[in-house]
Write a protein that binds this ligand. Structure first.
Ligand code: AMP
Length: 550
């Protein structure tokens, strides 16, 4: 029931619920022959189209009914980006059940926690995850069956799982006659747990309405700009916030979909980009690092790739510059979070920016950008007072809108709203045009002598040095200033730079007092389950680090 008053004169438009099933129905009817290409876990390439995807999703929906899955029941997946996973997206949510996508890179104990917390009835998984599933099954007594997403020939001769089912057999036993049920658009559609660094993961429970609205908004030209003329390759996994909505926005617009399966290294991705003539992709910065290394080492070019969305963590300006200038790939920097379905902002230029010199355009494009219509944002100080949109003042970033959570699943973490706003945990500036720029996660801000130093700015400068592959900046204890920045750097293979040279490189690029006190060169940065740098691990590792005294 809506909390808002009713007008004495209500509009007279049809009341058709916004349901996820309508997206695949639409794709079948209007873009039926548009292709879906998947590099399968089995290693080969599979191709079919939206019409066949719809047919098989309906077969799966019939299978779910036969398995006793009802409206609101949770069904989990542990799977790569692929056509069977897409079928589960539509069959599970479309039939009224709730798709719970699980990140296989999480610790098995966390996976067990999430399955039990969500009370998943069935677990669908790709063949590569059989060892994980066999390892956790005994701890998940509520799961009635484990469905391996493959044909009979790939099923194991024997398994520890007593209730192991074969995906293709389940489908083969069903007809594709199925009428997608109609129900309240606010019903839950899918569930995604945040990969928080402390405590148990918490669930963001999306609805059909929030998902359809997010799909509409994200497909807009100044959002992801997906169209029927695009070939879309989501590198961002379908187990992490619904691959930023692309499994919905691509069928909604009719774009061809290309799924990379588990093969996310630079070489495999490049080959798929070229073979399938991919025009548009999306992923976190670490993925582009691998792809760019591969193309630069082998002197390769992209023949069709035009645009990519980079988000999940800040896109280093040097990476954006290389993609734009060396490879002619437009970069849309986007920001969001699991709690926001995930998209909040994207960075594209306004008409008034078009005549600016390249460097000034890039300075705008480095920001996380303006909101998609539907999302509202503001920055506040610690007392909750709203701060100025001047591009300089930074504060805690709050958001609200119809695809942002109002509470975590089962009320975990209590009341998360502050006068109707959700606190993102990010610290940001907003300029007069409404372009937002993240300076840090609030827990990563370096507090030096009562002032804040934004670690992202320092990392961006370091990544601009030709010898630096990756950089992370953390605050370490300082007897006078409380904390001072320590920069951790992974050098490019074969490249050399000294600490002194790199510190010199900061001169004139940031305020003098922001320049790191020290630099440590390391072999690799610790990455979390979604490809983000684990700064809490770095802080732990370097907590005894002695900064130079002068
Ligand atoms: P997750 O829920 O795992 O997707 O993480 C969301 C968090 O990732 C946000 O709150 C930000 O701290 C960070 N994040 C996402 N996109 C960006 C971006 N473009 N720049 C900086 N941080 C980002």
């Amino acid at each position: 029931m809506s909390a808002y008053p009713k007008s004495p004169l209500m509009g007279q438009m049809m009341e058709k619920p916004m349901l996820i099933s309508s997206i695949i129905e639409h794709a079948d009817r209007y873009f039926g022959t548009s292709e879906i290409v998947s590099r399968r876990v089995e290693g080969d390439i599979h191709r079919y189209n939206y019409r066949q995807c719809h047919q098989r999703s309906k077969q799966l929906a019939n299978a779910l009914t036969q398995l006793g899955v009802k409206l609101g029941d949770r069904v989990a997946t542990i799977a790569w980006n692929g056509y069977r996973h897409l079928e589960a997206y539509y069959a599970v949510s479309g039939s009224g059940a709730v798709l719970h996508t699980i990140n296989p890179r999480l610790h098995p104990e966390q996976i067990v926690y999430m399955i039990n917390h969500a009370e998943d009835q069935y677990l669908f998984f790709d063949i590569s995850f059989l060892p994980i599933v066999e390892g956790i099954a005994a701890h998940c007594p509520g799961v009635k069956g484990f469905v391996m997403m493959c044909g009979r020939s790939h099923m194991p001769a024997e398994s520890k799982l007593s209730n192991l089912l074969c995906y293709e057999e389940l489908l083969a036993a069903q007809s594709s006659d199925y009428d997608w049920p109609l129900f309240d658009e606010n019903s839950a559609s899918s569930l995604c747990y945040t990969s928080g660094t402390t405590g148990h993961p918490k669930g963001a429970l999306y609805s059909h309405r929030s998902t359809v609205l997010h799909s509409y908004a994200s497909a807009l030209p100044d959002g992801l700009n997906v169209s029927a003329r695009d070939t879309v390759l989501p590198v961002v996994p379908m187990f992490h916030v619904n691959a930023w909505g692309l499994p919905y926005s691509a069928p909604l617009t009719g774009g061809k979909l290309v799924f990379p399966g588990p093969f996310l290294d630079g070489k495999s991705l490049y080959e798929l980009f070229e073979q399938e003539r991919v025009t548009f992709s999306a992923g976190v910065p670490t993925v582009w690092l691998g792809l760019l290394n591969h193309v630069s080492q082998h002197g390769l070019r992209f023949s069709s790739f035009k645009r990519t969305v980079i988000g999940g963590s800040a896109c280093p300006p040097a990476m954006m510059h290389t993609l734009r200038h060396s490879y002619g790939v437009e970069v849309v920097h986007a920001w969001g979070m699991t709690e926001m379905s995930p998209l909040g902002t994207s960075c594209t230029l306004l008409a008034k920016h078009m005549e600016l010199p390249e460097t000034e355009k890039e300075a705008v494009l480095t920001k996380q950008g303006h909101v998609l219509y539907g999302v509202e944002m503001k920055i506040v100080d610690d007392a909750g007072k709203e701060l100025a949109w001047d591009g300089k003042t930074y504060g805690n970033l709050l958001v609200r809108g119809p695809w942002i959570i109002s509470a975590y699943y089962k009320g975990e973490g209590g009341d998360v709203l502050h006068n109707g706003w959700f606190a993102t945990g990010d610290v940001a500036t907003i300029d007069a045009d409404g372009f937002m720029q993240i300076t840090d996660r609030s827990k990563d801000v370096i507090k030096s002598g009562g002032e804040w130093i934004g670690s992202i700015d320092l990392e961006n400068v370091a990544m601009g040095h030709p010898a630096v592959m990756q950089a992370a900046c953390i605050g370490v204890f300082h007897p006078k200033w409380d904390e001072r920045p320590l920069l951790l750097v992974v050098k490019k293979q074969g490249a050399e730079v000294t600490k002194e040279e790199l510190l010199q490189f900061f001169e004139g690029k940031v305020a003098k007092w922001w320049i790191p006190d020290d630099i440590a060169f390391i072999d690799a940065l610790p990455l979390g389950a979604t490809g983000k740098i684990l700064k809490n691990k770095l802080r732990e590792q370097f907590k005894e680090h002695q900064l130079p005294t002068v």
